[in-house]
Ligand binder design. Structure first.
Ligand SMILES: O=C(O)CCC(=O)C(=O)O
Ligand SMILES: [Fe+2]
Length: 398
């Protein structure tokens, strides 16, 4: 493999914390669109790598019947891809939302040339995570309709002009990530029409999307004259096993060129107790302060946050005051949510955030199908203060 990729200064921006507004938008919509965050040089380099890998796989007949390449474990095929794992302008969202004990368990390059053939439409709407969806789901009759845990989130880097619909974009339903189920039609016409509220990710090369794995999303056919190229990189906790076959060759030029944080992100363990290290601990059984991403964040004072995955054992940051002021749950108290009464049960974002402390009003674009959430939206638009609304919700939840 030719090593051409050079680190650049965008790395520094990786330690600028994301804003509360960005965090709120991510939690309410299930994704963020970041226009133009990847530098022109990086885009050119990634496009060249995508073309190289496509040509290589084409030459040995490893494309599917649509002529597409879906290359799993893509970062192990390209140093330029691996170096995108901690690319500052996108990576700040990843550690900001998931914390430091993370790596990329799954990443893929997708090259989708035009495909004209008429075929029976397929329903490809899904949440990522396969068995994570059923295995980690709470039993609703006992616990209520609680959203599954996020567990992983993904960066999608756009390498082609997909600013016009029909170019094989990823489709999603904003705000659907808190719904554990989605109506699945069997009627071919309904399948072809797709679900209500679906939006295509219209974007230019250099744009990126960050999305919660629970966001209901789908591929779409590329009916245009343009080839779509996208690099997808998923991140999860180091105590979750890899999805892709990504063996680490410690003797390779690829590995030698990676920084400590990048080595963590491709799945490296540290210290003597390699297996336990994936759980965040070092040799003595305590949190391992030398895990590269943790060390980088700690050194910059970024582990003093309110968020559980970014708390530091020996830091009494604003988070500790936040925790102290949180009222304890009474015995037997539960949080109740809207019932899944339609294809896309109401987003629970407003309710969840109301109970989490800060007043985060529900944004209007999020799909509302539950009467409770509709009332909240109505109350917000009628000028009720967020504080009064929270008290109102608290009464409902008791
Ligand atoms: O190729 C696409 O547009 C969607 C890919 C996808 O489902 C994913 O990356 O999780
Ligand atoms: Fe997916």
């Amino acid at each position: 493999m030719t090593i051409t990729s050079q680190p650049d200064t965008a790395q520094d921006a990786g330690f600028t914390p994301i804003t509360d507004a960005e965090r709120r938008e991510f939690h309410e919509r299930g994704y963020l669109h970041l226009p133009g965050v990847v530098s022109e040089e990086r885009v050119a380099e990634l496009q060249a790598e995508a073309d190289r890998l496509y040509a290589e796989h084409q030459s040995v007949g490893h494309l599917d019947k649509t002529g597409s390449l879906h290359l799993l474990g893509a970062v192990s095929h390209s140093l330029a891809f691996a170096r995108m794992l901690d690319y500052g302008p996108t990576f700040r969202y990843i550690w900001g939302l998931a914390g430091w004990n993370i790596y990329s368990q799954h990443n893929h390059l997708d090259v989708n040339p035009p495909y004209e053939e008429d075929e029976t439409p397929r329903w490809e709407w899904h949440q990522d995570g396969w068995r994570q969806n059923s295995d980690a789901e709470y039993y609703a009759p006992f616990y209520g309709d609680i959203p599954r845990p996020m567990l992983s989130l993904k960066v999608a880097i756009v390498l082609s002009d997909i600013s016009e619909p029909g170019r094989g974009q990823t489709l999603c339903i904003p705000g659907s990530h808190l719904n554990n189920s989605m109506y699945r039609p069997t009627d071919p016409e309904e399948i072809a029409k797709g679900p209500e509220g679906a939006v295509p990710w219209l974007a230019k090369p250099g744009d990126a999307f960050i999305f919660d794995r629970r966001l209901w999303h789908s591929r779409s056919r590329n009916r245009s004259q343009f080839t779509r190229r996208m690099l997808f990189m998923s991140y999860t906790y180091r105590w979750i096993r890899p999805v892709d076959d990504m063996p680490i060759d410690r003797e390779s030029a690829w590995f030698a060129a990676l920084t400590p944080v990048q080595r963590q992100l491709v799945g490296e363990a540290f210290g003597k107790l390699k297996v336990q290290n994936m759980w965040g601990v070092g040799d003595g059984g305590w949190v391992d302060d030398t895990i590269p991403l943790r060390a980088e964040l700690k050194e910059r004072g970024l582990l003093a946050g309110r968020f559980p995955c970014l708390r530091c054992r020996d830091t009494r940051g604003p988070g500790s005051a936040d925790r102290a002021s949180r009222p304890p749950l009474r015995c037997g108290q539960s949080r109740r949510f809207c019932s899944p009464d339609t294809h896309f049960p109401a987003t629970k974002a407003g309710l969840l955030m109301g109970s989490a402390g800060p007043s985060w009003p529900t944004i209007p674009e999020v799909a509302h199908s539950c009467s409770g959430t509709r009332s909240i939206t109505w109350l917000l638009s009628s000028g009720i203060s967020a504080g009064a609304l929270r008290r109102w919700i608290a009464l409902l939840l008791l």
